[in-house]
Design a protein around this ligand. Sequence first.
Ligand code: ATP
Ligand code: MG
Length: 229
Amino acid sequence: MWVSFQETATLVCVLTFDDLLERARLLAGDGRRRALLGIAGSPGAGKTTLAERLVRELNGAGEPWVAHVPMDGFHLADAELERLGRRGRKGAPDTFDAAGYAALLRRLREEGDGDGDGDGVVYAPGFERVLEQPLAGALPVPSTARLIVTEGNYLLLGTGAWRRVRAALDEVWFCELAEAERVRRLVARHEEFGKGHEAAVAWVSGTDQRNADLVAATRDRADLVIRPG
Ligand SMILES: Nc1ncnc2c1ncn2[C@@H]1O[C@H](COP(=O)(O)OP(=O)(O)OP(=O)(O)O)[C@@H](O)[C@H]1O
Ligand SMILES: [Mg+2]
């Protein structure tokens, strides 16, 4: 259960979920400059769950000032992956529009700092889990958003356009989960969205695992390592 996270979130010593909220608030500061917080981690490690909870609790019941922009929205469409011959490796670094993601982060920063026209909404793409396709224009980020929480596998990758992603972020946390539990949750989620058990296990131990190994190697670049319970 995600609820257990609050008691068990740890950083090398011990950090509670409330500590993470406080750290995110400090990053946003007085709000004059828009802040960008990244959460990296392997597939199924709990990045999206953590980001959604942070955003929900920081926003509370008042006027929203924190927005969630997932890297997942930058998946290339299946038709393009077919054309590239990369459909079978969906989820690998080259199956995302990394340059587009970096450009959106830069735009969110510039317009949030009042350098652009500043008064409009910036639309980010979402990811539709049943179709497993990106969806343009799905996530409106209002100009009042002072903190952007973005999350995905490759925020800390040191290659190609991914370097520009890291450079666009103020701080990156790495979400780490015990391997057996991560694999169990990932298989369960593939099943929940329509894969049979054997197909889910094959995907997680094949394609997903290669991606997980790449992500794990970026852990030491993070500003903070979080181990949810
Ligand atoms: N504390 C928890 N206890 C049990 N299940 C959890 C917990 N946190 C998250 N999950 C489940 O684990 C799965 C993976 O979590 P989540 O989607 O947040 O991971 P992710 O890192 O965003 O994965 P991906 O890289 O594939 O997007 C989800 O089905 C989620 O509901
Ligand atoms: Mg996710």
